[in-house]
Design a protein around this ligand. Structure first.
Ligand SMILES: Cc1ncc(COP(=O)(O)O)c(C=O)c1O
Length: 401
């Protein structure tokens, strides 16, 4: 047993900055000079309410969230939102179009990886509308069955008046990410969305939230993220919701929409400043400390540059290894994630050897997700460029062996 910290390349829960954890340790004993620890203080105390408002302010200012959108905090993880989004947006659609049958309520899902696939499955399970897969990336993959690409814009088919349009910006398991460069073929096709209407566009940003600015943020109905990748511990889910999507779900239920469990109702969260019931106080605290630190470092512009450099270094090492027949990129060029870089180590027993060599050098959690195998290096904000340099040095050293 060691008491020193390893380099944790895990996909989530994932590494947090040492300085934040040290400050949080003090807050566990005495939160902001109250004499009460953060895990013990009332969520209705003026000190905690002020802290929550500060966290909201950090998200709003760093992401430049306009006043058209509310910022809400909840629990239940991103998976909770797979359900909450469907229920709230079907209620909105019902209020806007009370006379349509459920078969006429389309829910468009862009399926580019395991998480958007799961979200679409949940929408199908809940019912209340028809799931339309606007595009499935697998037929466009190298082997015809893997999530290894962002499909070309001309492959998408959106419904004319959907209740929601859903995509996952960064697929944590498969390492596939939409480009934030509008001119890239791997960007999200915003120009294909239904025009002249407030499109109910939803994005799962769980594994890239606060790692760089969000393109066309104001054009989204809902952006959401679980905290446990870039900003804090598990237990906190952050939502950015356009105000027209915060609707009276009970009025919709009277018109035939599905009832919505109270903790999932966006209006309940909004009307109560995210304090309808006890929130995940500790996760909020640590996330607030992380975002304060990130503002001090230069905010999203700073992280965008560093994160790009970090990922480019790892992709370059994979390329070098591919030329030598040792590594194999799993994702098509241009569709690769900056946050979760995935690749194979070729040859009998080579992957296990790579992983044990990494562990011996203090680098852990590099094993790919159990559903896809291979190696996955998660390069979230708290992974420093120096730590990435150590990984790259090891990847090169491995090539020489
Ligand atoms: C992109 C994405 N969406 C959804 C989820 C599910 O999140 P949770 O475990 O918080 O429900 C994850 C978890 O890793 C994820 O990476």
């Amino acid at each position: 047993m060691s008491d020193s910290r390893v380099i944790n390349f895990g996909a989530g829960p994932s590494v947090l900055p040492d300085s934040v954890l040290q400050e949080a340790a003090k807050g566990l004993l005495n939160f902001n000079g109250t004499g009460i620890g953060i895990a013990e203080i009332s969520h209705r105390s003026k000190e905690f309410v002020a802290f929550l408002a500060e966290l909201e302010g950090q998200v709003r200012s760093q992401l430049e969230v306009p006043e058209t959108h509310s910022i809400l905090f909840t629990q239940g993880g991103a998976t909770g939102q797979f359900s909450a989004i469907v229920l709230n947006l079907l209620a909105r659609h019902r209020l806007l179009h009370p006379d349509l049958s459920n078969d006429e309520r389309a829910m468009d899902y862009v399926v580019t990886g395991s998480w958007s696939k799961k979200a679409a499955e949940e929408a199908r399970r809940l019912g209340g509308g028809q799931v339309n897969v606007a595009v499935d990336a697998r037929p466009y993959s190298k082997d015809g069955k893997s999530f290894d690409n962002i499909p070309a814009h001309d492959t998408y088919t959106f419904s004319p008046n959907p209740a929601l349009i859903y995509y996952c910006e960064n697929e944590t398991v498969d390492g596939v990410e939409f480009s934030n460069d509008a001119s890239s073929p791997a960007s999200f096709p915003f120009h294909l969305l239904p025009q002249n209407t407030l499109a109910p566009l939803v994005a799962d940003y769980s594994s890239s939230f606060m790692s760089r600015p969000i393109p066309r943020l104001a054009d989204h109905a809902i952006i959401y993220a679980g905290a446990q990748k870039n900003i804090g511990p598990a237990g906190l889910t952050i939502l950015i919701v356009r105000k027209d999507c915060i609707v009276d779900v009970d009025a919709a239920a009277k018109l035939g929409a599905m009832p919505v469990p109270i903790t999932m109702v966006y209006k309940t969260l909004a009307d109560n400043n995210s304090l309808y019931n006890t929130p995940s106080v500790l996760a909020i605290y640590i996330s607030g400390l992380v975002l304060k630190r990130s503002a001090e470092l230069g905010g999203l512009k700073y992280y965008e540059e560093v994160n790009k450099r970090k990922a480019e270094k790892v992709y370059a090492a994979i390329k070098e290894g591919a030329e030598k027949g040792v590594y194999q990129a799993k994702v098509k060029e241009g569709s690769g994630s900056l946050m979760n870089v995935v690749f194979n180590v070729l040859g009998e027993g080579a992957e296990a050897k790579f992983l044990s060599g990494a562990e011996a050098r203090g680098m852990q959690a590099l094993k790919g997700h159990r559903s896809v195998g291979g190696i996955r290096a998660s390069l979230y904000n708290a992974i420093t460029e120096q730590q990435v340099d150590m990984l790259v040095a090891y990847m090169k050293e491995f090539l020489e062996q």
